[in-house]
Design a protein around this ligand. Sequence first.
Ligand code: PLP
Length: 434
Amino acid sequence: MLKFDESARIVAAESHFVAGGVNSNFRLGMGHGPLVFTHGEGAYLHDVDGNRIIDYYCGMGAMVLGHSPAEVKAAVREQLEKGILFAGQAPIEYEAARIICERIPSAERLRFGSSGSEVAQAAMRLARAATGRRTIVKFEGHYHGWFDNILWSTAPALAEAGPDEAPHLVPGSKGQSMADASGLDVLQWNDLAAVETRLARGDIAAVLMEAAMCNQGAISPMPGYLEGVQTACRRHGVILIFDEVITGFRLGQKGAQGRFEVTPDLSIFAKAIANGFPVAAIVGRAELMDLFATGGVLHGGTFNSQPVPMAALVATQQALTPEHYEKTAIHGIRLRDGIRSILAEAGIKAQVTGFELMFHIAFSLDAPARNYRDLARADKAGYARFAQALLRNGVRALERGAWFVSSEHDGAVIDRTLEAVRIAAREVAPTLPG
Ligand code: PLP
């Protein structure tokens, strides 16, 4: 059984300087408290207690090549020698742009940024400028960053969320006010009729969604849903934006849009695009993207296209070949299906859903979730206990149920993981409602 006493001691002491001892609220969550890591290698993280832990956080989805990809580290070192920040252009950013535009179906042109939250803002601004309309439709349970104007209804309590057919906008943080939501409307995802009805009012600038809902759950679009939303958007002059911050370079080389064969007008990427380096991108139709250049729409950022992360992007993308996805998928599928069988054998009712390199486990649901409201009925506390038991057995997976798989999660790592899953399942099964 692993112990995390030294992490706890350091976090408590350093909370004197760093609020809560962490630099993102999403790192506060674990039942064992925030951990302090010394280094990463392959599929493993090493912490200050001397533990070697198999990691399925994968940098919240960013580390698609694992924690120590030799080719990315070499490219970064080489670029570092050439300079750090030019406040001008560098050949490496054009190389990076070309690769993304060749890969991503919707990417006729792009702009780079530094975080998913930031490029979500750029996409909303662009859509509003292009349409002259203000309201953006978002979906319950979909997260597009932590800024005041979009952090709404990301994980609302069902008691506050309003009726199914007319969800309320619920703030995600104290400090937000209803004025911040004045440019938003929220709907349930995977309900085509709701989108068609709302768009028919004629006042919507954009529909913004994860094309597969992965920040919460790992939920596929219903057959025909994405196509139907696209048709409704076209009919009413609405910009369709896919948030591919998680799905990009995880659901395949072409992202969710390639996998589901629906090409949005704009899309945003971050996380796995450069295997852990702070790169984000907004990509889309040329005439929309050109509004940044000649249409009076402002997009800025001191750190945009910083050459070192650009070098990481190029090296990451070069490694992410179709063959690479095929090979890694074998391990991801074995893990996902193995967990499903072990939980069933242990008598734990669970839905294990999702994709090869990203999947999700929800305890106590009878059927796979189709939207946030289904998912919100899962036994979150029971799953959190399971995740904590896993951690004590050397496997770190998010307490909210998500698992991110990298190319370093090979057969031996999967074997060890499944063994830990077996132990944790045995431990928590008696504590779960029958
Ligand atoms: N969009 C989605 C789907 C995300 O999961 C996230 C982050 O988790 C974001 C946007 C925001 O990205 P970032 O944390 O880089 O600002």
